[in-house]
Design a protein around this ligand. Structure first.
Ligand code: ADP
Length: 476
């Protein structure tokens, strides 16, 4: 094993009212989510082990963990995705459990099985659930059986262009061809007519093959101006499943979320109840436990359709934490240790409003990645502002990983106050040395469509056209 391990002297664990669910866990991730898990562990009196690639030697998750293990070179495939190295790091440090964060190994059923075989607790659901939900075509079939409303589409995988043409004709154009193993907005093609279909079907398959190692695709009706509404679920090993309300994630670019909020301005109390109850039903249908998210598309008539389930903590979980007061990561740790959910459905109340802006190291106008060194940094604070980040002065953003550098989250008594606080936070955010999407977010916070809450997943496209006429400038 090439893992270099270094132990730091750490202060004795404080006495806690509750026994910590674990003594020591390893976090198989990097960046803000690794740090987020470490913070939860510090509060709970759990020792932490960070793993890192050679590109992340100076990263904050490494500095703030109790122990650290280098697991390989910069490339994810050789470090954060390297199962033998991650497991070896857990064994050598005596970590009882592994928190996978999101991305990397978080939805890899094989990794879960390896953990189990090595006697290490995986902080998430079991391999069978992940496998069932990770294959989107299979997940849809499972949801159909459970009576969850589905988008009209193919029954499972589409094997040939001829079959694709027949199914598209049945459901009506436009349609969307999606990778069954897909994620991160990749492997999807929108098809407007039969002439386009053969080429787009084939490119979707080859993109799926190169991105996910699996060229299986399926098809569904493409909704023109839907809203993306998702429901946070938590379940324990005793069969208790609850929801923590919805998140609105319609502000997206190229099918990737930019801004998320909770609650959604689009839901009436009745619709909220129906969509959240449906999510609980969907989770129960697969015997779900730990944290998960059921994603739906909502059309203009108020009909909603199951899209997919993510079997891990989401990037946007903080907005739910702020409006419910529930610490999702701590709850994940308790559930993994076999404890009962610490709250009942009746105790979950959405109070106030929270908005999250993903600050990416990108050119805000062209959306091209901008890795580099941060020369000056100041994060906003003050009432109602939370910043989840692993950035620090002089940090170098490696080109090997995703481009998110911080999540800026604003909480207010209502949506208007949350927006006002987000504006003020963006105005007092300083990140120099790299370009970020912060100026773009600042513009969105002033836009009448955003302020009114009347937007769909299509909105960013129109907004980008507006921006072409009036490019983003740094407001400072
Ligand atoms: P991924 O797992 O790659 O994130 P999803 O299935 O969650 O993919 O879809 C991502 C986004 O793509 C959705 O939030 C939505 O904006 C868009 N999308 C997916 N399916 C449809 C559809 N049938 N109609 C309209 N938009 C869709």
């Amino acid at each position: 094993m090439g893992a270099a391990i270094k132990r730091k002297s750490s202060p004795a664990v404080q006495a806690h009212a509750d026994e910590p669910p674990f003594k020591k866990i390893l976090i198989a991730n990097r960046g803000e989510i690794a740090l987020r898990v470490i913070l939860a562990c510090k509060e709970m009196g759990i020792q932490t082990v960070a793993v890192y690639s050679e590109a992340d030697r100076n990263a904050l998750h490494v500095r703030f963990a109790d122990e650290e293990v280098c697991i390989g070179p910069a490339a994810s495939s050789k470090s954060y995705l390297n199962i033998p190295q991650v497991i070896a790091a857990a064994e050598v440090t005596g970590a009882e459990a592994i928190h996978p964060g999101y991305g990397f190994l978080s939805e890899n059923p094989h990794f879960v099985e390896v953990c189990q075989a090595c006697g290490i607790t995986f902080i998430g659901p079991n391999a069978e659930i992940i496998r069932k939900m990770g294959n989107k075509a299979q997940a849809k079939a499972t949801m159909q059986e459970a009576g969850v409303p589905l988008m009209p589409g193919s029954e499972g995988i589409i094997e040939t262009v001829e079959e694709a043409l027949v199914v598209a004709e049945q459901i009506g154009y436009p349609v969307i061809v999606k990778a069954s193993a897909g994620g991160g907005g990749r492997g999807m093609r929108i098809v407007n007519n039969p002439e386009e279909l053969p080429d787009l079907y084939n490119t979707a398959r080859s993109e799926a093959k190169s991105a996910f190692g699996d060229d299986a695709v399926y098809m569904e009706k493409y909704l023109l101006e839907p809203r993306h509404i998702e429901v946070q679920i938590m379940g324990d090993l005793f069969g208790n499943v609850v929801h923590l309300g919805e998140r609105e994630c319609s502000i997206q670019r190229r099918h990737q979320k930019l801004i998320e909020e909770s609650p959604s301005a689009a839901l009436t109390p009745d619709l909220r109840k129906r969509i959240c109850d449906t999510a609980v039903k969907a989770a129960r249908a697969v015997g779900y436990y730990n944290a998960g998210t059921i994603e739906f598309l909502l059309d203009k008539r108020g009909d909603f359709f199951f899209m997919e389930m993510n079997t891990r903590v989401q990037v946007e979980h903080p907005v739910t934490e702020l409006v419910t007061g529930i610490d999702i990561v701590k709850e994940q740790l308790r559930i993994a240790a076999g404890q009962k959910l610490s709250f009942r459905q009746e105790e979950v109340v959405q109070k106030g409003h929270a908005i999250e802006c993903r600050i990416n190291a990108e050119d805000p106008f062209k959306f091209t990645p901008c890795p580099g060194r941060i020369t000056a940094l100041h994060f906003p604070g003050g009432p109602g502002i939370r910043v989840d980040t692993a950035m620090h002065q002089d940090a170098v953003i490696p080109p090997h990983y995703d481009s998110m550098v911080a999540k800026l989250i604003a909480y207010g008594a209502d949506r208007t106050e949350a927006i006002a606080r987000m504006r003020r936070a963006l105005d007092t955010l300083v990140i120099e040395g790299i370009k970020t999407t912060a100026p773009l977010h600042r513009r969105i916070m002033d836009h009448p469509d955003f302020i009114s809450g009347g937007f769909s997943t299509k909105w960013m496209e129109t907004f980008m056209e507006e921006l072409k006429r009036d490019p983003v400038g740094d407001p400072r």
